[in-house]
Design a protein around this ligand. Structure first.
Ligand code: ASP
Length: 344
């Protein structure tokens, strides 16, 4: 650490491919100690930024990330908030969009950059995308003018694009260009220059005292519709013990079958106090309830339209609101509006 450096960034390594190597015994990828990263990116030691790092123990493949880990990430940021200008969270790509969405709700009044990144290839491999992703993420986390950060949001940086975390979705298990923000413009684009789209970045209001919310309720489910869906299956989901919130992943602009049994089952869940959130299966575009007959009846039954929210942002939002708000009406009201720029 160089104490003379003005701008400081904390790297939080949670796990994922970016810090993985091949286990010579099994041949599969296993997480390694964070030291591996600095070994392979020596430029980090002379970067002109006061860099420090903390590593989760144990580190996790992101398939094993859960709300408890989101709380750990938020607490790590909270505990170090006053000491650093920005944060880079190294995370597996598989569930990165879920974690970035969750953190965007948890970190109330955020006024510093929290940049999630990872890689498709382990950082130790010659063709890795991890080196560039890491270096540019640090640059973005440190970017500021007269103490005001350029991107004080929870973001994902990947393959030359900075996107809002809760607008981003993983699209490819193969390409370096693994993420996409279908319904919101990139916050920055990286080529020879790093170009920020300042008009699309959210800046904090007057209250910039960080307030971290740490409660989630995972009594939620996602019901993805498909032609020919069976009533037994729908009922099994809706009658899940303890279920409080259900996301129905609908067709197109929020459409679902108009079978009587289907609408009756949704209504009975709502009558029992359940909350239903209508989110489109389409990669881009928005739910417009009432546009077609196939969504009008759901609207009448009290289903809430998810507009252009992603699947990742919707399920984390439902868990967050159910964990944070004691009043059902408040959960319903907040679902349909933007908490952290996740919905238009
Ligand atoms: N399975 C890994 C993970 O999500 C893949 C990755 O890091 O990209 O943790």
């Amino acid at each position: 650490m160089n104490k003379n450096k003005e701008i400081s960034v904390l790297i939080i390594y949670t796990g994922g491919t970016i810090g993985m190597v091949h286990d010579p015994k099994t041949g599969s990828l296993v997480p390694i100690d964070f030291k591996h990263i600095t070994d392979h990116v020596p430029v980090l030691n002379s970067f002109g930024i006061d860099l420090q790092s903390v590593s989760f123990d144990p580190v996790r493949d992101s398939s094993n990330i859960d709300p408890e880990m989101w709380i750990k990430m938020a607490e790590t940021i909270e505990d170090n908030y006053d000491r650093f200008d920005g944060f880079v969270v190294l995370h597996g790509t598989d569930t990165m969009a879920y974690s970035a969405s969750a953190l965007s709700y948890m970190l109330g009044n955020l006024s510093k950059p929290v940049i999630f990144t990872g890689s498709q290839l382990p950082i130790g491999l010659p063709r890795t995308d991890g080196r560039e992703n890491l270096i540019t993420s640090i640059e973005i986390a440190a970017a500021q003018e007269k103490g005001s950060p350029y991107a004080p949001e929870v973001c994902i940086y990947f393959d030359n694009e900075l996107t809002r975390g809760n607008r981003t979705t993983k699209l490819s298990a193969e390409h370096f260009d693994a993420f996409n923000s279908p319904n919101y413009p990139p916050l920055a684009e990286v080529g020879l220059h790093l170009k920020y789209n300042f008009d699309d970045i959210r800046y904090p209001g007057r209250n910039t005292k960080l307030k971290v919310h740490k409660s989630f309720d995972n009594n939620v489910a996602i019901l993805k519709l498909f032609p020919g869906i069976n009533r037994n299956f729908v009922q099994a989901v809706i009658n899940t013990k303890g279920l409080k919130g259900l996301i129905v992943e609908t067709f197109g602009s929020g459409n679902a079958p108009t079978y009587k049994w289907f609408l009756d089952d949704l209504k009975s869940f709502i009558d029992r106090g359940g909350i239903i959130f209508n989110v489109t299966q389409c990669h881009g575009g928005s739910v417009e309830m009432g546009l077609y007959e196939t969504s009008r009846e759901m609207l009448a039954a009290g289903v809430i339209g998810g507009k252009d929210i992603t699947s990742e942002a919707s399920v984390t939002k439902l868990m967050f609101l159910l964990g944070t708000c004691s009043l059902r009406e408040k959960v319903i009201r907040c679902l349909g509006i933007s908490l952290a720029g996740e919905i238009s």
